[in-house]
Write a protein that binds this ligand. Structure first.
Ligand SMILES: [Zn+2]
Ligand SMILES: [Zn+2]
Length: 339
């Protein structure tokens, strides 16, 4: 099969004859339809985040079941599915506490095991989520990022009537805006430098959309929310965005640092200012027990992904996507094996 092999920082090689190993019990072969390229993949490619090598990257994917190791009551050949890449052991002390995302033996398809930047992918039954036959697999490939956003939303704990600021209008930010809306937020504000993304945010549920370079963000937010946002969700993965999050949240507010920054990135925070604000600051890691709900939201069409500008890249041309800087109009790049 064709597969894109990540060898070391900066090197992804296309292998046209990558051998697919034999299935073990409890595994299924998925013909990959679409696999999103995520910020994490870019960090890995640049050597700024961990991955096993050599490995097939890609952890946001959907496809069709083409082979089963043994009979399953839940799956059959031809089923459309989404894949949860995070594999937990269920046996370690963290798993037993219910903190599966801190599993001591955590494995992830597309990071420590071969993932979705390939024609086919071997996936344990436990990671496969069945989709209706009429599903759009390009949209289903958003199940993984959506499931991670749902984990962030758990910490955000948005109440009806809250004001919510999202920093960063990429695919994650645009998902967060929509989740904030269905959670009952009264005022949703996006902070994003790119004009087209700001416009799209307004279409998807934001009430106000401002550029960090053109406006006095702190004052604007303070006025619009009468003293600061109840919830700030940082989705840029940048130090400046984290520092801004703290400034624009109200006293007693909740800040979710969601964006994944590069290894070693540090922020400067005024500790006395934090002390006086009694802020609640959260991080959000992986997607513990949220994948099923993400799939339900996708099936029921509650999140609009079709207005995201999604660029499809053929697997053979994957290096183009990793080597070029993203066109600012494109919200998501997906690798696909079919023309
Ligand atoms: Zn991702
Ligand atoms: Zn475990």
């Amino acid at each position: 099969m064709i597969a894109a092999i990540f060898k070391s920082a900066g090197v992804i090689e296309i292998d046209n004859k990558f051998p697919l190993r034999k299935l073990k019990k409890g595994e299924v072969i998925i013909e990959v339809a679409n696999c999103g390229i995520c910020g994490t993949d870019k960090h890995i490619f640049e050597g700024k985040a961990y991955a096993e090598t050599p490995v097939i990257l890609g952890h946001e994917y959907s496809g069709t079941v083409v082979e089963l190791s043994d009979k399953s009551v839940l799956l059959k050949i031809g089923d459309k599915v989404a894949v949860d890449p995070n594999i937990y052991c269920g046996k370690c002390s963290e798993c037993k506490k219910g903190n599966v995302h801190f599993c001591r033996n955590h494995q992830a398809l597309g990071v420590t095991k071969n993932g979705g930047f390939a024609q086919y992918s071997i996936v344990p039954f436990s990671q496969v989520y069945l989709l209706p036959d009429n599903s759009d697999l390009s949209i289903a490939a958003f199940a993984e990022p959506l499931s991670c956003c749902l984990r962030g939303m758990q910490h955000a704990n948005i109440k009806h009537g809250d004001s919510v600021v999202v920093i960063g209008g990429g695919s994650i930010g645009l998902i967060m805006i929509q989740l904030a809306k269905i959670s009952g937020a009264a005022k949703i504000i996006l902070i994003e430098p790119e004009n087209l993304k700001r416009k799209l945010a307004l279409k998807l549920g934001a009430d106000l959309s401002i550029s960090p370079f053109e406006a006095d963000v702190e004052n604007n937010i303070s006025e619009y929310t009468s003293g600061g946002a109840d919830v700030v969700i940082e989705c840029a993965g940048k130090k400046e965005a984290v520092e801004m999050s703290v400034k624009i949240s109200r006293k007693g507010g909740r800040v979710i640092i969601f964006g994944m920054s590069a290894k070693g990135e540090k922020v400067t925070l005024d500790l006395q200012y934090l002390f006086q604000k009694e802020l609640q600051i959260f991080n959000s890691f992986l997607n513990p027990f949220t994948f099923g709900r993400a799939v339900e939201l996708i099936i029921s069409n509650k999140i609009n992904f079709s207005s995201f500008v999604t660029k499809q890249i053929m697997l053979e041309n994957i290096n183009e996507a990793f080597n070029s800087s993203i066109n600012s109009i494109i919200i998501k790049q997906q690798v696909s094996t079919k023309k």
